[in-house]
Design a protein around this ligand. Structure first.
Ligand SMILES: [Zn+2]
Length: 427
């Protein structure tokens, strides 16, 4: 009996962890929107965030800024009681996450089906009316390199933990030694709009390169997903998977590291967890993840030419610059702020989508080990930004496929401003 109880406790524990070993049962899971109205509330929520009991879809940022928290079915009453006890207002924004996830999957599958049926170009399967799997994205990159071989080149810059290729497209209209804008997406697996937006911008710049004058003076490197194992897993097993898929040695079988807590600059100092089952697990050491080492090597290789490094996430509509590990600002923060302002102004002019601008710590609680901090602090790239794309939580990670192209269009306008700035300043 004792053994059985022990086993049941273990099973219960493993199931209760936010990124457990198996596809978590999200039946009855709910997403709460809470509004911290005082510094005490905010502090309390941050404490809750660090406890790993819930999956924070957005992190506690500031008084008056909503925080979206997902609770598994058996934790729903606990969270409700906890929030009520401390007097934090909350509403349930998703009543049944399983049902909503299923509906979202059906919508995307249908969109993929239509895309396949109406595909105008039999040479690739990519489009921006649906979220595509890795094969379609890579197939499209190869297609671009073949079709536009004078300006586009695809490289595999390493393998993932599970042995997948990591691919990058280099867009260069010739001439050597040009400044580079380096763009990656999908570091967090479930943030599908990030991968889709990076591939959208890549598509527009390569296929319409003639209409972007700055490309005569600036090269663009695109890495649509720098966490391919996680991305595939979020399609096949767990829609809410965030981390890599590496083995951690966890006794519960928990896998993966938060790749945006894994970079070697003030690594593991703040806003991270040492628990392998946590969604913000920083890893056994800095750069424990092969995928992040691979991206790091590319950033290092071209560090003297990379003038801007943009890393895309979702969601919250934020355009952020370092530092993330401290609330102190870099000495040249005004320069970063100015360029962010111009980019966001162009983005907003398309559909009126509003973004907030600021340093990572002033817009989100401190979190060390992010790629943007490393890019600035170690690689010495002056302009590094973390951009949180659409939306502000209406759909969150389940942003409908119909919003991919609009998100791509508006973000491209912001990135064009960045391209023009680099051409003018360094070209
Ligand atoms: Zn993210």
């Amino acid at each position: 009996m004792k053994v059985l109880t022990f086993v049941l406790v273990l099973v219960g524990l493993a199931a209760a962890l936010p990124s457990g070993p198996v596809n978590p049962d999200i039946t009855g899971a709910q997403v709460f929107r809470v509004n911290p109205t005082s510094a005490a509330h905010l502090h309390y929520l941050y404490g809750l965030f660090m406890q790993d009991l819930y999956d924070f879809w957005t992190e506690p940022r500031a008084v008056g800024k909503n925080v979206d928290i997902m609770a598994q079915r058996w934790m729903v009453p606990v969270l409700k009681a906890t929030l009520s006890k401390v007097g934090i207002e909350h509403t349930v924004i998703i009543r049944d996450l399983a049902e909503m996830t299923e509906r979202s999957k059906i919508a995307n599958d249908r969109a993929l089906e239509v895309a396949k049926r109406t595909n105008p170009n039999p040479k690739h399967n990519m489009d921006w009316t649906a979220y595509h799997r890795l094969d379609d994205i890579y197939g499209y990159m190869d297609y671009l390199a073949t079709t536009y071989s004078d300006i586009a080149q695809v490289e595999s810059y390493g393998k993932t933990f599970e042995g997948r290729d990591m691919k990058m497209l280099k867009l260069s209209k010739g001439g050597s030694g040009k400044p580079i804008v380096f763009i990656d997406g999908g570091i967090h697996a479930r943030e599908w709009i990030s991968t889709a937006t990076v591939s959208y911008m890549m598509s527009q710049m390569v296929e319409n390169s003639g209409s972007h004058a700055f490309l005569d003076k600036v090269d663009f490197y695109f890495l649509p997903t720098i966490n391919p194992d996680g991305y595939e897993f979020s399609h096949t097993n767990n829609r809410y998977w965030r981390k890599t898929r590496s083995a951690t040695g966890s006794p519960f079988g928990c896998k993966g590291v938060d790749p945006n807590r894994n970079w070697d600059f003030h690594w593991d100092e703040v806003g991270t967890s040492n628990e392998p089952c946590s969604d913000i697990y920083s890893g056994s050491k800095a750069f424990s993840e092969v995928e992040m080492r691979n991206v790091r090597d590319q950033l290092n290789k071209y560090a003297d030419k990379i003038k801007v490094y943009l890393t895309f996430h979702a969601f919250s509509q934020l355009w952020m610059y370092p530092w993330g590990y401290t609330s102190a600002l870099p000495a040249d923060w005004k320069d970063l702020d100015n360029l962010a302002f111009d980019a966001v102004e162009a983005l907003t002019s398309v559909y009126g989508t509003l973004y907030e601008i600021g340093s990572s710590t002033n817009t989100i609680y401190a979190a060390a080990g992010g790629s943007d901090d490393w890019g600035k602090g170690v690689a010495g790239i002056k302009y590094t930004y973390t951009v949180e794309l659409r939306d502000t939580g209406n759909y969150g990670f389940l942003l409908p496929p119909s919003q991919i192209t609009p998100t791509g269009k508006e973000t491209l306008e912001g990135v064009k401003v960045v391209g023009e700035f680099v051409a003018k300043t360094y070209g």
